[in-house]
Design a protein around this ligand. Structure first.
Ligand code: FAD
Length: 372
């Protein structure tokens, strides 16, 4: 049973159902409507040579799997999740951004991630709408990573939901798990008001809300909600196809002319509303970077709660001391990207198999003494 039906819960369900497991996903709202819907769908390229860093291992495995998952989901559901190898541009306009990108380049070199430097002329030739910014920014640096990808997350979630249903997964919506009955280090049932759900294994996939379910089990994690806000523009036709990264902000194009402008990191508890000041800030940044957006309609604005973790690592593994309790939560800014490897690894772990990458760095007890 998966407690939470965002991209993480649905992906694990999809993976486990492929191996003949009887899977139940329960969500307090509708499936796939929280952070996973709110995200941008950027999939930055992963290492092409063996990485020592656990997060890089997770990213590169996910990156490899996304292409196959997207093809498979299209075959099973007919839904195109707009997975595209579109490449990503990285701009550095300030001294601090140039320093960050120097460090990024070392990382890319070490991990065999392809990149190239673009002159201002090359940038303008590829993305005409950047011309005024490129011509007016002294010491602008632009780097291009051809293996960066994107997907349209609402479509990806729809595809996952349909594919899960086709594989026999039971999806229950509007049912909030409020606790667990336990006995001798085992979870006996998940409680939902007067209802209860019984399963062999229970996996917490409730994203930013994971701590609310772990607290009653006496398990602490460093998961906290981190709000991100977004502006959705609609252009008549696509102005560019690549993802544009500018510091922590980005523009993400969709095939039909929509452009997402995001985002920010705000610690405001479980408040998932937008603020006028942040939306205005995002708009003025986006429209200065890409003046074509000043003529576009703003179709919608929204905010979502990323499941942040104190060390940016997600929690993947067993909910010790609960032998049949598991967790896959805390993917922060990368849950859409890391969902495919998470699903594979959690299936392997819960099935008692050797996992493709070591889950020790992602264990729930990290940050505490090993005796605990
Ligand atoms: C603005 C923004 C931009 C982002 N951009 C990107 C990006 O470009 N690339 C990327 O990889 N990631 C991105 N992310 C991060 C990504 O969206 C998240 O890491 C990912 O969606 C987390 O997935 P999840 O399934 O853990 O959480 P969620 O999608 O939040 O799902 C958790 C689910 O659990 C349910 N739930 C909670 N409590 C309970 C309970 N008690 N009982 C039952 N159900 C419960 C919720 O209703 C929810 O549906 C972005 C996020 C935001 C907000």
């Amino acid at each position: 049973m998966l407690c939470g039906g965002g991209v993480i819960g649905l992906s694990i369900a999809y993976q486990c159902a492929q191996h003949g497991w009887k899977v139940l996903v329960v969500d307090s709202m509708a499936m796939g409507q929280a952070a996973s819907w709110a995200g941008a769908g950027i999939l930055p390229a992963g290492a092409t040579i063996a990485a020592l860093d656990p997060l890089e291992q997770l990213r590169s495995l996910s990156h490899l799997l996304h292409r196959d998952w997207s093809k498979q989901l299209l075959v099973e559901t007919g839904i195109d999740n707009e997975y595209r190898q579109c490449g990503g541009v990285y701009l550095a306009r300030t001294a601090a951004e140039r320093a960050t990108l120097s460090a990024n380049r070392m990382w890319w070199d070490e991990h065999g991630i392809r990149y190239e430097s673009w002159s201002n002329d090359q940038l303008v030739a590829r993305i005409a709408s950047m011309e005024s910014m490129a011509r007016s920014t002294p010491n602008l640096q632009s780097w291009f990573c051809p293996d960066d990808c994107r997907l349209r997350n609402p479509s990806h979630l729809q595809a996952l939901i349909q594919a899960c249903e086709k594989r026999g997964v039971t999806l229950i919506e509007q049912a909030r798990i409020d606790g667990f009955e336990t006995s001798q280090n085992r979870i006996i049932s998940a409680k939902c008001g007067s209802q209860e759900f019984r399963a062999d294994r229970y996996c917490i996939t409730s994203g930013a809300w994971a701590s609310q379910l772990l607290g009653p089990l006496g398990i602490e994690t460093g998961i906290l909600p981190v709000r991100g806000q977004m502006v959705l523009y609609q252009l008549d036709k696509p102005a560019f196809t690549t993802v544009i990264n500018d510091g922590h902000r980005y523009l993400v194009p969709r095939d039909d002319g929509h452009v997402l402008a995001g985002s920010c990191e705000e610690e405001v508890g479980f408040d998932a509303t937008t603020t006028d000041s942040m939306i205005a800030d995002l708009q003025s940044w986006a429209e200065a970077l890409c003046p074509a957006l000043t003529r576009a309609n703003i179709k919608r604005t929204w905010a979502g709660l990323r499941p942040g973790s104190f060390d940016t690592f997600p929690y993947l593994g067993t909910l010790h001391p609960m032998e049949n309790g598991f967790i896959a939560s805390g993917h922060f800014r990368h849950g859409l990207h890391w969902s495919t490897a998470t699903a594979l690894l959690m299936y392997q772990w819960m099935n008692g198999d050797k996992t493709e990458i070591d889950l020790m760095p992602f264990r729930v007890q990290r940050g505490r003494s090993l005796g605990k």
